[in-house]
Write a protein that binds this ligand. Structure first.
Ligand code: ADP
Ligand code: ZN
Length: 374
């Protein structure tokens, strides 16, 4: 169960999930002929784990360098891309060099994009250290930096050669980050797998939240974590294998995200609202819209909101900030949808475990759903 395969013909790769999986790295590298390794990480992850990754890489005798970026969304900027590109080139990489992305979604997105453009493309490996990156951004090959016009607007589809999700790295993740990542787990269950959602209902509170009483560290049941990351990655891998560049079904993974992005834009992608927090709120609004279209029932919505509440994930924008300007939020919606005509597309839930792409959603449909929770 803990190894997942992303099937993309000659670009297929494995996602290894479990405690201690990083120790597989030398074996993977021994089958390749990498000339040099660049470890890219951020300052927080570097402090905690860079030495241990370096000692593993050293054992392979392959030349390596590590680069420590600033942490946070601001690292996904042109300026940082330039600075890090030049640093990497200074290390005289060639086509057979490898980048190891060692960090959360920010480092993963930045490293993937760098790998896709340096020397017109070199290999890279994802080693996610946040739950969000483990269950979502490290798998599937979406890479990007941000533009002043919006998040992730400059990027590429570029798949890693391997994803190593070593759960031991997650133990230092702040509780708030852990919960935020969990919102993506719930999303995966809701769009594809009712049994998985029922498993979460039955286990999450006990195995996950109740054990995370200290805000700065996370005692979490490794078996439970392995299961939820594997399930989420499997759901994502299946979808990506069929629709790598989001021509259709891959959009289902954006469930709750149109609403989420509106709130994230309004809060400037700051710490005021983490992505996963925006996702749990966004899911509630997408569920309301689904109900208004005659799909999901009120009871099912209540079941889902109860689950978020148990994990202490926000379901109302008010939990983040008391007043929101609906005019601003609407402007962000149309920017996010990248078209000005009034026909919108949203991902809705027919029922728990089944999502659909709903075209021809009107602005009034949007208002009805968002106003229910504002
Ligand atoms: P995400 O993975 O949620 O997209 P980031 O990459 O910005 O977001 O990571 C969130 C924050 O958590 C960053 O400040 C990052 O440095 C920090 N971080 C990442 N991994 C760990 C870890 N294993 N332990 C503690 N902090 C971490
Ligand atoms: Zn997301």
């Amino acid at each position: 169960m803990s190894n997942i395969q992303v099937n993309l013909a000659n670009r297929s790769y494995q996602v290894l999930i479990g405690s201690g999986k990083i120790n597989y790295l030398p074996e993977f590298l021994s089958n390749k002929n990498y000339s040099k390794i660049i470890i890219l990480t951020d300052e927080n992850v570097a402090k905690l784990y860079l030495n241990s990754l370096i000692s593993i890489v050293k054992s392979t005798k392959i030349a390596f360098h590590s680069i420590i970026s600033k942490a946070g969304e601001g690292a996904k900027s042109f300026a940082n891309l330039e600075e890090i590109s030049e640093k990497i080139l200074q290390y005289e990489i060639d086509r057979h060099s490898l980048i190891i992305a060692f960090g959360g979604g920010v480092i993963g997105d930045l490293s993937g994009f760098l790998a896709s453009i340096l020397l017109r493309g070199i290999d890279f490996i994802q080693v996610p250290t946040t739950l969000l990156a483990a269950v979502d951004s490290s798998v599937g090959g979406k890479t990007a930096i941000n533009s002043k016009f919006g998040k992730n607007l400059i990027g590429s589809f570029y798949q890693p050669k391997l994803v190593i999700c070593d759960l031991d790295f997650l133990s230092t993740l702040p509780k708030r980050e852990l919960k935020a990542g969990y919102a993506e787990v719930v999303k995966s269950a809701l769009i594809k797998d009712k049994n998985f959602f029922e498993f979460l209902e039955a286990n999450a509170e006990k195995k996950f939240y109740s054990q995370t009483s200290n805000a700065n560290s996370t005692q979490i049941d490794i078996e439970f974590l392995t299961t939820i990351i594997s399930k989420s990655c499997q759901i994502k891998a299946d979808i990506v294998s069929l629709d790598e560049t989001e021509q259709g079904q891959r959009a289902l993974l954006n469930f709750g995200h149109s609403f989420a992005h509106i709130f994230e834009t309004e809060t400037n992608y700051s710490n005021e609202m983490l992505h996963g927090e925006a996702v749990s709120i966004g899911i509630m609004m997408a569920l309301e819209m689904s109900k208004n279209f005659g799909f999901i029932t009120k009871d099912e919505i209540e079941r889902i909101s109860n689950h978020f509440k148990k994990i202490a994930l926000p379901i109302l924008p008010k939990e983040i900030r008391f007043n929101w300007n609906i005019k601003n939020l609407s402007v962000h919606l149309y920017k996010d949808k990248k078209n000005e005509n009034k026909n919108l597309t949203f991902i809705l839930l027919k029922k728990i475990g089944e999502a659909i792409i709903q075209k021809s959603v009107s602005y009034d449909d949007f208002l009805l759903a968002i106003n229910k929770y504002l």
